[in-house]
Design a protein around this ligand. Structure first.
Ligand SMILES: N[C@@H](CCC(=O)N[C@@H](CS)C(=O)NCC(=O)O)C(=O)O
Length: 330
C-alpha cells in the first residue's frame, strides 16, 4: 500500500504517529458530479452529463466503499450503461493492481496494471492515496469522483433515463433523516471498524471499539421497531450499513479485533443483514473470497503471515424474520 506524491508512487503504510495511534481516513479529492443535464452538481465543475457507455467504475470486491457503488449499479439497472473493472484482491507495494488475477478483471480501458496509473492519467501531479471506487469519464479521460458516498447519489438520480427510474434510495422527504443516520453510522461503524483495526495504541483501539459497539447496540434497538433504518422504506442509509455488516463476522471480528460480539449474536441486525442480502441481484455483488483474501492477505502489519482463516461458515441466504414489519417500495 502506498500513495502518490506529485504523481510519483511511494510505498508507505498509514502514518498514525501524529494522531496518538489513531487511523484518520484522508478526504477524497476528485469531487465532480455526473448529472442528468451536465450541470455542476453540489461540488466541482460542469460538463459531466449522464450518457450510456460514457462512464466506467474501478472497484474492488473487497472494499466496502466500492461495494456500495456495485450495489447501486445493479439495483438501478445500470449494468449496460456503466462498465466496470475489478482490481485484484491483493493490495501490496504497488497498491491496487489490475493484473487480472483470481477474479480481478484487469483494466478494460487502458490495460493499466496499477490503479495509480489511472490517477496520474487524470492528474499527472496527483498527490494522495489511490483508493477505490473511481468513477471514470471515458470521454474526457479523467476521474469524475473517487468518493463513494457521492458516486451512489449520482447512480441513484443522474442516470434515470437509462436505468430504473422508479427506484429512489434518497427520497426528498427522508433526506434529513438519511443524512443524520449516515452521520452516525459512518464514523462509528463504517469507519469505526477501521479505526479499531488500524489503531496502533491500546487507547485508540479501545476508543474505537467502544464507540463501534455502542453504535451497533443503538442500531439493534432501532431495528427491533422497524424494518429499515429510516422506517419502512429501504434507503441509501441501509446500503451504506450493509457493506460493513456483511464483512463483520468474516473479517472485522478477527482481523480488526471487533470481537465484543458478532453480528450473528444480534437478533435484529443479523436478520436485517440477511434481508438486505436477499434483495434481488445484491448477492451477485458479493465476493467473499476477495473480501477475506484482501484483508487477511494485504494488511501485513496486522496479519504478517497472510494466513486466511477458513471460517466462519455463514449462510446469508437463510430465512429471516423481517417480514414481520411493513415495507414500502424504495
Ligand atoms: N472515502 C472513500 C474511501 C475509499 C477507500 O478508502 N477505499 C480503500 C479500500 S476499502 C482504499 O482504496 N484504500 C487504499 C489506500 O488507502 O491506500 C470512499 O468512500 O470512496
Amino acid at each position: 500500500m502506498g500513495l502518490l506524491v506529485d504523481g510519483v508512487w511511494h510505498d508507505q503504510w498509514y502514518d498514525t504517529s501524529d494522531s496518538g495511534g489513531r487511523f484518520v481516513r484522508s478526504k477524497s479529492q476528485f469531487r465532480n458530479w455526473v448529472t442528468a443535464d451536465g450541470s455542476a452538481g453540489p461540488s466541482g465543475e460542469d460538463g459531466f452529463k449522464a450518457e450510456p457507455g460514457r462512464y466506467h467504475l474501478y472497484v474492488s470486491y473487497a472494499c466496502p466503499w466500492a461495494h456500495r457503488t456495485l450495489i447501486f449499479r445493479v439495483l438501478k439497472k445500470l449494468e449496460d450503461a456503466i462498465s466496470v473493472s475489478v482490481v485484484d484482491h491483493y493490495m501490496g507495494e504497488e497498491g491496487w493492481t489490475l493484473y487480472g488475477r483470481d477474479g480481478g478483471t484487469g483494466d478494460h480501458l487502458y490495460g493499466a496494471q496499477r490503479l495509480h496509473e489511472i490517477y496520474t492519467r487524470a492528474d499527472p501531479k496527483y498527490s494522495g492515496r489511490v483508493t477505490v471506487p473511481v468513477l471514470w469519464d471515458k470521454q474526457r479521460q479523467t476521474i469524475v469522483s473517487n468518493e463513494s458516498a457521492e458516486i451512489i447519489r449520482m447512480l441513484n438520480s443522474a442516470f434515470n433515463e437509462f436505468g430504473d427510474a422508479s427506484l429512489d434510495f434518497y427520497p426528498e422527504e427522508l433526506r434529513t433523516e438519511i443524512d443524520e443516520l449516515n452521520d452516525f453510522v459512518y464514523p462509528n461503524i463504517n469507519n469505526g471498524v477501521y479505526r479499531a483495526g488500524f489503531a496502533t495504541t491500546q487507547e485508540a483501539y479501545e476508543e474505537a471499539f467502544n464507540q463501534l459497539f455502542s453504535a451497533l447496540d443503538q442500531i439493534e434497538e432501532r431495528l427491533s421497531r422497524q424494518r429499515y433504518l429510516a422506517g419502512d422504506r429501504l434507503t441509501e442509509a441501509d446500503w451504506r450499513l450493509f457493506t460493513t455488516l456483511l464483512r463483520f463476522d468474516p473479517v472485522y471480528v478477527g482481523h480488526f479485533k471487533c470481537n465484543r460480539q458478532r453480528i450473528a449474536d444480534y437478533p435484529n441486525l443479523s436478520n436485517y443483514l440477511r434481508d438486505l442480502y436477499q434483495v434481488p441481484d445484491v448477492a451477485g455483488t458479493v465476493n467473499m473470497h476477495h473480501i477475506k483474501a484482501h484483508y487477511y492477505g494485504s494488511h501485513k502489519t496486522i496479519n504478517p503471515t497472510g494466513i486466511i482463516p477458513l471460517g466462519p461458515e455463514i449462510d446469508y441466504g437463510a430465512p429471516h424474520d423481517r417480514n414481520r414489519f411493513a415495507a414500502k417500495a424504495a
